[in-house]
Design a protein around this ligand. Structure first.
Ligand SMILES: [Zn+2]
Length: 255
């Protein structure tokens, strides 16, 4: 800008730029959280899928163990049949005692295997419950993800045009402000999460940090002869009427 602008005009341009930036920030906030939520959900779905996969592996292990115990039972039953048959043909006490001992052992084996089957079945059933609860959670997470993705797509398609428009508007606004002042504006703006560098005087206080402004300073702000920063937060202060003045200035520019 070759021509030196009056302070009042500088303030109006700054104020206009701030309005554009605030709208851009609003869109960023709106979009900013959703992609993160979508990513988080996708991660937690993958983790849940892996957990279920692992738990299903444990189910198979339990089933394998139960089959093995059943095989042990069949084997012991086969032995028992054989020993009982042999008992009918024993020739002496020694043989009889030996067979009775074997029979006893085989029956014990069966009891042990049956106990293990009961225990493992208990574990299997509780694991099955866990798996089905996790599968239900997974379904609802997937539904949630679909919703969030759709929401994000809608926002993106809705805001794309507006963002482009705001981007152009911002460039036009920036051109009206000299580099030094623009840098100052950007420096203040980056300090604050809400990106506010230009604030109104609200109830005799700074609209940014809410600290009160001395009456003399308030008066100076309305005069618009000097760029005044809040002594507490450094934000540039403008009076309430700047919006109306800005509209008048715009009408003049467009005429
Ligand atoms: Zn302040």
């Amino acid at each position: 800008m070759a021509k030196e602008l009056k302070v009042e005009e500088k303030l109006k341009h700054l104020y206009e730029l701030q309005k554009v930036d605030s709208k851009i920030t609003e869109i960023e906030i709106l979009k900013g959280e959703l992609p993160m939520e979508v990513r988080d959900l996708e991660d937690s779905i993958v983790a849940m899928e892996q957990r279920i996969e692992k738990q299903k592996g444990q189910l198979e292990d339990f089933q394998g163990q139960i089959s093995m115990y059943n095989a042990n039972i069949s084997e012991a039953e086969g032995l028992i049949k054989r020993y009982e048959k042999q008992l009918d043909e024993v020739k002496n006490n020694r043989e009889y005692d030996a067979l009775t001992k074997e029979l006893e052992l085989a029956r014990l084996d069966i009891q042990l295997a049956e106990k293990r089957i009961r225990d493992t079945t208990g574990k299997l059933e509780s694991k099955e419950e866990t798996v089905s609860a996790n599968e239900a959670k997974l379904v609802s997470k997937r539904e949630d993800l679909e919703l969030k993705k759709k929401e994000l797509e809608e926002i993106i398609s809705k805001t794309e045009a507006e963002e482009e428009k705001l981007g152009k508007k911002r460039m036009r606004s920036q051109k009206k402000i000299d580099t030094k002042l623009y840098d100052r504006y950007e420096r203040i703006r980056k300090q604050y999460k809400n990106g506010l560098a230009i604030v109104h005087v609200e109830r005799e206080s700074c609209g940014g940090c809410f600290n009160s402004i001395p009456p003399q300073t308030q008066l100076e702000i309305t005069l618009r002869q000097r760029i005044i920063s809040c002594e507490h937060c450094g934000r540039i202060l403008v009076d309430d009427n700047i919006q109306t003045s800005l509209e008048k200035l715009k009408a003049k520019e467009e005429a």
